[in-house]
Write a protein that binds this ligand. Structure first.
Ligand code: FE2
Ligand code: FE2
Length: 261
């Protein structure tokens, strides 16, 4: 049995709810997951001080952690920011959060790959050809028997306007299914969701854990993920104002893919 806490869209900066940081850290200590995944939008406007706050929060997580940047983690406020956005898109992310943009996390029974999917000008999610080559190479080297997990910012399963999500998502999901991926973790919309594709991949989206910019009546939330021999379960935990706590809200259980390559 493996477990993950999946956080997303922390958005340090305006609208950030610092009170929830403390509660999250207590939940992480209590739930004791094998790892914590943070699927992008660590900041609101990619300001240096927002990245500092995100860095300090991550430093308090006493678990292996994998992060990826989100579209909000690219500088945007001034002409100089835009110059930086097109020349060194993630210099601040690399300085404060992690020295590489794409990264891997291998722990007992789990192999997690985090891929940036943001473009400095275009909306939606993309992987470059170089990233697909890297992904293929990494997946081929996954430890035998490990559950293969992908984290990327934009949603691969959604209803609605296309640029809100990953471009050509079905093709990406087929690519991942053919290489034995079982679980994909996304964020971006601030709306939690979980579904299983025809190819058997569980695609789980986390809402915003700590931003006041909640959407469509969804409270702040995160996902607690459990994986056993047979099933992948996603437990949505939503912030309840009266309890001043994240409480169990919904649960989704999916069978693991049969005949995995
Ligand atoms: Fe976001
Ligand atoms: Fe986003």
């Amino acid at each position: 049995m493996s477990s993950l806490i999946h956080l997303s869209d922390l958005h340090f900066g305006p609208h950030h709810r610092a009170r929830l940081d403390e509660i999250l850290l207590k939940d992480i200590a209590q739930l004791n997951p094998d790892a914590v995944i943070v699927s992008g939008d660590l900041t609101m406007r990619a300001r240096n001080r927002e990245f500092e706050q995100a860095r300090d929060f991550l430093a308090h997580i006493p678990k292996p952690t994998l992060t990826i940047p989100g579209n909000h983690d690219q500088p945007i406020l001034t002409p100089l920011d835009w110059l930086e956005r097109f020349t060194r898109q993630y210099a601040r992310y690399e300085k404060y959060i992690h020295p590489t943009i794409d990264s891997t996390l291998a722990i007992d029974g789990l192999f997690v790959l985090g891929l940036n999917d943001n473009h400095p000008a275009l909306p939606g999610g993309f992987w470059t050809r170089a990233q697909r080559v890297w992904l293929e190479d990494q997946l081929a080297r996954a430890p035998r028997g490990a559950v293969k997990v992908i984290a990327t910012h934009h949603q691969l399963v959604w209803n609605g306007w296309r640029p809100a999500g990953f471009w050509r998502a079905e093709r990406a999901l087929e690519f991942l299914a053919a290489r034995g991926v079982e679980l994909v973790l996304n964020g971006h919309t601030h709306v939690p969701r979980a579904a299983q594709t025809r190819g058997g991949i569980v695609v789980a989206r986390a809402g915003t854990a700590t931003s006041g910019r909640t959407r469509h009546g969804n409270a702040n939330s995160y996902n607690y993920v459990k994986i056993d021999e047979q099933e992948i379960s996603i437990f949505l935990r939503s912030y309840d104002e009266r309890a001043d706590a994240f409480v169990a809200a919904r649960a989704f259980t999916f069978p693991r893919r049969a005949g995995m390559p």
